[in-house]
Design a protein around this ligand. Sequence first.
Ligand SMILES: [Zn+2]
Length: 184
Amino acid sequence: MKHPLTNSRWNALVNNDQSKDGQFFYGVTTTKIFCKPSCHSKVPNKENVVIFKTAAEALSANFRPCKRCQPTGSTPNELWIEQIKQYLAHNFQRELSLDAIATDCHGSVSNLQRTFKSLTGTSPTQYLTTIRLKHSQELLKNTDYSIKTIATRCGFNSDTYFNTLFKRHFQQTPLEYRTSYTAR
Ligand SMILES: [Zn+2]
C-alpha cells in the first residue's frame, strides 16, 4: 500500500508541524526508521521518504520507530510484545518451542516469559494455545477435516493432546463441538 508524499506532507515534516501528528507517519528507506511529522530529526532526502497512515503499517513494513519522537507512543517492551503476538499469529501452525519463539523474536526465554506475562497477564504458551484453539474451532465449524488433520493444522503435535486441551478449555471434545455446531 503506497501513500503519496504530497507537498503538504513534505512541508509538514520539513517544518516539524505538530498539528499533522497522527495524520501520517514518514519512514526513511535508507535507515528503515519512521517518525511523526513533528520529529526534530534531520530532514531526510525527499526521494527516500515513504508515507504511512498508521504506525502499525510502518511496523509491518519492517520500519523501526524513531527513539526520539516515539511514533508508536509505546515502550520498547510493548512494541516487542506486539511483534511477538504478530509472530505467533503467523506461525501458530508450526511446532513452536519457547526457545524457538525467543530466538525468532530476538530475546531470551526468561525475558520473553517475564515481559509477556507482565504486559498481557498470560504466558506466551497460553497465548499460543488460545490462538490454536480458536483456529481449530473455525476448522471444526467450517471444514470436514478429520480431528487429526485439524490438530496438525493448528500446530498441536498429537490429536490426543489436542482433544485434552480442547476439552479443558471448552468443556466438550472437538467432535462434540462440531456436532453441536452443525446440529444448530
Ligand atoms: Zn523521529
